[in-house]
Design a protein around this ligand. Structure first.
Ligand SMILES: NC(=O)c1ccc[n+]([C@@H]2O[C@H](COP(=O)([O-])OP(=O)(O)OC[C@H]3O[C@@H](n4cnc5c(N)ncnc54)[C@H](O)[C@@H]3O)[C@@H](O)[C@H]2O)c1
Length: 350
């Protein structure tokens, strides 16, 4: 959005309440660790899906402020992004400072990490600092789940997931939440042991069958929904052939065009993104070398009911989501309230 909209800006600080009165503004911040978020707050997929839907709806209705990311890229194919966002309806304002370094497995560290700072809306002062790894791990697959609700064929039974890291794994419960007919999930990773671990960890928790595909082709053919969650590459290396894609499939890359042929992107009946502003930023620094096909909608507009989702069984649809700060701050704000209520976390002096 180029201009600050009246839909989001308060006229004066008197018309705003303090964001979280339990925290003494200007004196302290609330600090919550990743382990505390993961183990002590008891979030369910349903709770988080509701929050993600709310964030996407507000985005679709343009009731947010979220300038496109600015970033640093210290090594090829790495990124560090500042993701500020304000969602008035959720009383959520802050910034995620997020990082993706695909080679981090060499150092026994996760590829994707980050921190979130939340701010008081009345004064701007910081009120909370928390880990962003869990939030990113959960919210991204739930954005895919919102897309499945609106864009997948109603009888979808098979999902293919390429890349079995954090995101690939978390897509299983997230998509399971919105796919009551899910029968089979096919997975594949360039490291076979990573795929085997996913099957071992998730098969016991799921009613559907989870199998390792023999090839990318086998994974893609017959899949009603295909998720790619590998690495974002400045120069894509498409390994998914266009003629493998099933008619009527929903394609959900969260790693851009890294694995997809331009031909596939272009010939999809509908092509969506989460944020065109974000995509324009990425293109301006050299990602998405072919550009983007004609856009049907931003996913928030479909979730908010402003633009149509799937209209025909035969439509092949791609929704390419890069992740938005609005999702992060809405969840972080909810986490802050829940943590304070349950006395999880601590106040730190500023
Ligand atoms: N769109 C978003 O909102 C969003 C949010 C977080 C992460 N991401 C992106 O999602 C991707 C995955 O993130 P993650 O945190 O799960 O990383 P991760 O390192 O935990 O997992 C990535 C997995 O993909 C595998 N892989 C890499 N290239 C492959 C290939 N060509 N074929 C098969 N497997 C391959 C790796 O071995 C690894 O197991 C990254 O590109 C990251 O930037 C997107």
């Amino acid at each position: 959005m180029s201009q600050i909209s009246d839909k989001v800006q308060y006229k004066s600080s008197r018309s705003v309440k303090p964001t979280c009165p339990q925290i003494r503004r200007g004196k302290e911040v609330y600090y919550i660790t990743r382990k505390e978020i993961e183990t002590k707050l008891d979030y369910t997929e349903k709770d988080l899906l509701k929050l993600v839907r709310k964030a996407l709806t507000e985005h679709g209705k343009k009731r947010y402020e979220m300038p496109a990311k600015i970033g640093l890229h210290p090594i090829r194919d790495t990124l560090m992004h500042a993701m500020p966002a304000f969602v008035p309806k959720a009383d959520a304002c802050g910034i995620k400072w997020a990082y993706c370094f695909p080679q981090n497995h060499k150092y026994n560290l996760l590829q994707t990490s980050g921190l979130i700072i939340l701010n008081d809306i009345q004064t701007g002062w910081p009120i909370a600092i928390m880990d962003a790894i869990w939030i990113t791990a959960k919210r991204t697959p739930l954005v895919s789940a919102c897309a499945v609700e609106k864009l997948a064929r109603s009888g979808s039974e098979e999902v293919g997931i390429l890349g079995c890291g954090v995101q690939g794994r978390e897509h299983i419960p997230a998509l399971g939440e919105v796919m009551p007919k899910l029968k089979k999930v096919k997975v594949l990773d360039k490291f076979p042991e990573v795929a085997r671990k996913l099957v071992k960890d998730y098969q016991k928790k799921c009613e559907c069958e989870i199998v390792i595909a023999k090839s990318v082709e086998e994974l893609v053919r017959d899949s009603d929904v295909v998720v790619t969650a590998t690495a974002i590459l400045q120069k894509p290396k498409p390994s998914i052939k266009d003629n493998w894609v099933k008619e009527g499939a929903l394609l959900l890359p969260i790693d851009f065009d890294s694995l997809w042929e331009w031909k596939t992107m272009k010939r999809c009946d509908k092509f969506l993104v989460d944020s065109l502003d974000e995509m324009n930023y990425f293109m301006s620094v050299g990602y998405l070398p072919h550009g983007l096909p004609e856009l049907h909608a931003e996913i928030g507009e479909v979730v908010a009911g402003i633009k149509p989702g799937r209209q025909k069984e035969s439509e092949t649809i791609m929704d390419m989501n890069i992740g938005m700060g609005v999702e992060d701050v809405v969840i972080a704000r909810d986490i802050l309230d829940r943590a304070i209520k349950r006395e999880v976390g601590r106040k730190l002096p500023l």
